[in-house]
Design a binder for this molecule. Structure first.
Ligand SMILES: O=C(O)CCC(=O)C(=O)O
Length: 282
C-alpha cells in the first residue's frame, strides 16, 4: 500500500482549492488501499458496537461512525501511513499536518437519506482555516447514489464575513444559537442572481475530494442507486489552527479542554506529515 501520493500534487490542484474551496484529486491511492479499506468497512459495519462514537445522522439509512482511527487496525494505518496527510499538506501548502478525526459514511442502496447543506466549521472548537476534510470514495459515487455537492467559492464570503452557520437540522444542535442557518442552496441554485456554481464529482474508489471547513456541502439520496455509496472522511489540522471555545461545537472525546489559542498537539492530534526541510514554503 503506497505511503506517498502516486502522482504529484499540481499547481492546478492548489489553485482550484484556493479558488473554489474544494478540489477533486484522482488516482493517488493504490488498489490495495481500496481493497483493504473496503474489507475494514465491512468489518466495521458488522461490528459497529466496537466503535464508541457515531455521527449525529447515524441511522439505518446512513451509517455514520467516527474516530475509527483511534482503534488499532486498518483505519489507523490509513490515517497514520497513507498518502492522505501529504495530499492535504501539499494542496494547502502547510509545513505540518496533524490527524484529528475520521468519519465513515455509508448510504445503502435505496436510502432516502439527504445530508442537508452545512459547513463543517460549525462543529469544530477551533479558529483558523486549515482544518479541511478529505473525503475518500470507497465505492463508485454518482448522482444516483448521493454524491456530495459543494458551493464553489462560497467559503471566501464566509471567511470575509467571519460567518459560522448553525446546524440545528441535524440530530443535535450545532453552532452558535444566534448564528444564521445555512441557506438552502437547492433553492438558491435556481435563482437567476445566484452567482456560484454548485459542483459535484462522479468518483471511482480511491478518488478524493478535499474541501475547506467553510465550504457548504450536502448530499442527495440513494433511492435509485445501483451501488451503496461509501465514503471515508478524514479531518486534518494544519499550521494555523488554534483552540477556541465555540458555542455548539462538538466535544473531542478524551480531551477536557485545551488552553484557548493553543495549537492542538499530543496523542489525539499526532503529526502525520511534515514538509521535508529541503522544500521551503515561501
Ligand atoms: O458523506 C456525506 O454525505 C456527508 C459528508 C460530510 O458532510 C462531511 O464529511 O463533512
Amino acid at each position: 500500500m503506497n505511503r506517498n501520493p502516486l502522482l504529484p500534487i499540481s499547481a492546478e490542484h492548489q489553485a482550484t482549492y484556493e479558488r473554489d474551496g474544494v478540489v477533486c484529486v484522482r488516482g493517488m491511492f493504490d488498489q490495495q488501499w481500496c481493497d483493504e479499506l473496503n474489507k475494514a468497512v465491512t468489518d466495521a459495519v458488522e461490528h459497529a458496537d466496537r466503535y464508541e462514537y457515531t455521527g449525529p445522522s447515524n441511522s439505518k439509512d446512513f451509517v455514520s461512525i467516527i474516530y475509527l482511527w483511534r482503534h488499532s487496525g486498518l483505519f489507523r494505518d490509513y490515517i497514520l501511513e497513507s498518502p492522505a496527510a501529504e495530499i492535504v499538506g501539499r494542496v494547502l501548502g502547510c509545513q505540518r499536518i496533524r490527524a484529528f478525526q475520521d468519519h465513515l459514511f455509508i448510504k445503502p442502496i435505496g436510502s432516502p437519506h439527504i445530508m442537508p447543506w452545512h459547513h463543517d466549521m460549525t462543529t469544530w472548537p477551533m479558529s483558523g482555516h486549515q482544518v479541511p476534510t478529505l473525503w475518500l470514495a470507497l465505492s463508485p459515487v454518482t448522482q444516483s447514489n448521493g454524491r456530495l455537492e459543494f458551493v464553489a467559492g462560497y467559503y471566501k464570503k464566509l471567511v470575509e464575513e467571519h460567518t459560522i452557520f448553525r446546524a440545528s437540522y441535524l440530530k443535535g444542535d450545532f453552532g452558535p444559537s444566534a448564528a444564521p442557518v445555512c441557506p438552502d442552496f437547492n433553492a438558491l441554485r435556481n435563482e437567476p442572481d445566484f452567482d456560484h456554481e454548485i459542483v459535484g464529482y462522479d468518483l471511482e474508489p480511491g478518488d478524493i475530494v478535499l474541501f475547506h471547513p467553510r465550504t457548504p456541502h450536502g448530499s442527495g439520496d440513494a433511492i435509485n442507486a445501483e451501488h451503496p455509496r461509501i465514503g471515508l472522511s478524514s479531518r486534518w489540522i494544519g499550521d494555523d489552527i488554534r483552540w477556541k471555545h465555540r458555542e455548539g461545537a462538538v466535544d473531542v472525546p478524551g480531551l477536557d479542554s485545551l488552553p484557548v489559542g493553543e495549537h492542538p498537539s499530543g496523542e489525539l492530534f499526532p503529526v502525520v506529515w511534515e514538509r521535508p526541510a529541503s522544500e521551503a514554503v515561501a
